[in-house]
Write a protein that binds this ligand. Structure first.
Ligand code: PLP
Length: 206
């Protein structure tokens, strides 16, 4: 779909362009249309693309963070780490950080085995524990992937559950509710998302 059409649909909702499928040229082309926020799910790709592209791009890390990649991620200074999945991982990153890193807490809201993220019933407790104990992890919201289902009601329920958790965390400084991908971003926005992560719809044909 055309970038400007997508921007129109998203309105005030921030778009993170997930560039994991494409090379620097494709990223630069979208950057030239005005897109500033990009997301990668592999630390190495984020590092290489960041080096090759303009300095004012905001890089979001959205992938599974292996322990042996923590230092590389920290050195790359992403604008946001969206995929903090647990207190333990937050601690591991925090003890190596020498600056404050904007971070979202990832919730496995539909409780799917294929997905990373904290159990939704434990999410608020874990979130508050991280806030209390990790001084360089600047927790400012939540991230989730919608339920994998053809039933729109099931997907909507997963977004509503994430939004409920987000709302409860607003008094503790939560600002971002990152949910919605190419296949479900319009529904996610209806359910209260203020940040969508769009890959294939931006980068794979029309
Ligand atoms: C790949 C990915 C996306 C983008 O997915 P599309 O369906 O291509 O839009 C969003 N979020 C995460 C965490 C991803 O890994």
């Amino acid at each position: 779909m055309d970038y400007h059409k997508i921007k129109q649909i998203c309105g005030d909702t921030k778009i993170v362009a997930v560039s994991k499928y494409v090379d620097e040229n494709a990223i630069k082309a979208l950057y030239d249309k005005g897109q500033i926020d990009f997301g990668e799910n592999k630390v190495q790709d984020l590092v290489l693309k960041k080096q090759a592209l303009p300095d004012n791009i905001n890089w979001h890390f959205i992938g599974n963070l292996q322990k042996n990649k923590i230092n590389h991620l920290i050195n790359a200074k992403p604008c946001m780490w969206q995929s903090c999945v647990s207190y333990e991982l937050a601690k591991e990153v925090d003890k190596r950080l020498d600056y404050k890193l904007d971070t979202l807490f990832e919730i496995n809201v539909a409780n799917e085995l294929s997905k990373q993220g904290c159990d939704k019933n434990k999410a608020i407790d874990e979130y508050l524990k991280i806030k209390q104990d990790c001084k360089n992890i600047n927790l400012i919201g939540v991230m989730s992937i919608g339920a994998m289902s053809d039933d729109e009601l099931v997907v909507a329920k997963s977004f509503e559950d994430t939004k409920d958790i987000f709302d409860k965390l607003i008094p503790y400084g939560a600002k971002w509710c990152s949910m919605g991908m190419s296949g479900d971003f319009e529904l996610a926005i209806k359910c209260g998302s203020n940040m969508v992560r769009l890959g294939s719809i931006l980068f794979k044909g029309n």
